[in-house]
Design a protein around this ligand. Structure first.
Ligand SMILES: [Zn+2]
Length: 345
């Protein structure tokens, strides 16, 4: 009786099972209206450390910027000035305990001088300029031999731990490769060996063939909640042509990617009649000088909600055990997002 609603699915990029128990979530609920409207936020906040002209910690003053503005994080989690660890203290505990300098570069990317906009308020052309600024950063990291990987990420909304609404993201450029990228690369390599194919291409093909989980698409990009999504509103957004990193993406393809991304986040916002929280990352290949012809960069969006107004708490199975138990099916959530009526402009 719970056919198609109660099953587990294999996550091919992570090599783990995701359990769907969507039959538990079938109680009716009303959309929208259950979000408390926030107080209006001004376009300029004199106390915001990201607004143009304002002082940051340590006294640096932001320039009167008009477009995308990037600066080194004043409280870097990884940085060139992190203390060095003496050679004889790097490996201890019979080889099990290793420490190294927390080196790297941490940057903040302000999307817009206005304090009270999000990327869903601005035209696709402006989003594409943000992507182009990321691309320029990637070029710099590729040229820096101390950097092996660059994680571009946006935490959006208080539910994702962000108290400052000024539209921005961050970049952690590190001397190690982030775990998701390593998992993706080993999954891609294994798939290449087993099927002589590209794992990302196959996922895109599978999603296109099925169609139920596609949320937005244009000539150059496609967005879907993957068959194996762990989060209810999880989204993968791919440029249709394969690029390992943003570095090789031409402007026209950035604009298509921006257009699809914009449609997705506007659907999110409209669904809850508010600003939809999420963690967004740009999943790319390392910039360590290696060649990664099988990597297919994509945007990954992981929202913390499982329904409007309801948070998905990560608990025993997820935090403790490492596997996701989902209360909803990707097909239903994609349909819900496609059903949102967007005003075109
Ligand atoms: Zn601000």
């Amino acid at each position: 009786m719970h056919e198609g609603k109660w099953e587990k699915r294999w996550h091919p990029l992570r090599g783990e099972w995701v359990v769907y128990a969507a039959h538990r979530n079938s109680r009716p609920w009303t959309t929208g209206k259950n979000q408390v409207p926030a107080a209006p936020v001004p376009a300029y906040d004199p106390t915001c450390y990201l607004c143009p002209g304002n002082p940051r910690v340590h006294g640096t003053q932001n320039p009167d910027y008009k477009d995308v503005y990037i600066f080194d994080n004043d409280h870097p989690v990884v940085g060139p000035h992190a203390p060095a660890i003496p050679d004889d203290q790097q490996v201890t505990g019979n080889g099990l305990y290793r420490r190294e300098k927390a080196g790297g570069v941490a940057r903040v990317v302000c999307y817009d001088p206005r304090h009270n906009v999000t990327l869903s308020d601005v035209p696709a052309e402006q989003i594409a300029r943000v992507f182009a600024a990321w691309r320029e950063q990637m070029q710099e990291f590729l040229a820096n031999p101390a950097i092996r990987y660059a994680l571009i990420f946006e935490n959006k909304g208080e539910l994702c731990g962000v108290s400052n609404p000024h539209p921005h993201c961050q970049i952690y450029a590190t001397d190690f490769v982030f775990t998701h990228a390593r998992q993706h690369l080993s999954a891609a390599e294994a798939y290449r060996k087993e099927k002589n194919g590209n794992i990302f291409e196959q996922i895109i093909q599978n999603e296109k063939a099925d169609g139920r989980r596609i949320v937005a698409e244009n000539d150059g990009a496609i967005a879907f909640i993957p068959f194996f999504a762990r989060y209810a509103y999880e989204m993968m957004i791919f440029p249709k042509r394969r690029h390992a990193t943003l570095i090789t993406m031409p402007d026209a393809e950035l604009l298509d990617l921006a257009g699809v991304f914009r449609e997705v986040i506007r659907r999110y916002d409209k669904l809850i009649e508010g600003s939809f929280p999420y963690v967004m990352t740009v999943q790319q290949a390392p910039v360590d000088g290696g060649s990664y012809p099988d990597y297919h960069l994509h945007l990954s969006i992981l929202p913390p909600l499982r329904q409007p107004g309801l948070i998905k708490y990560l608990a025993g199975p997820e935090t403790g055990g490492g596997n996701f138990m989902a209360d909803t099916l990707p097909e239903e959530k994609a349909e819900e997002l496609r059903g949102v009526k967007l005003l075109s402009y």
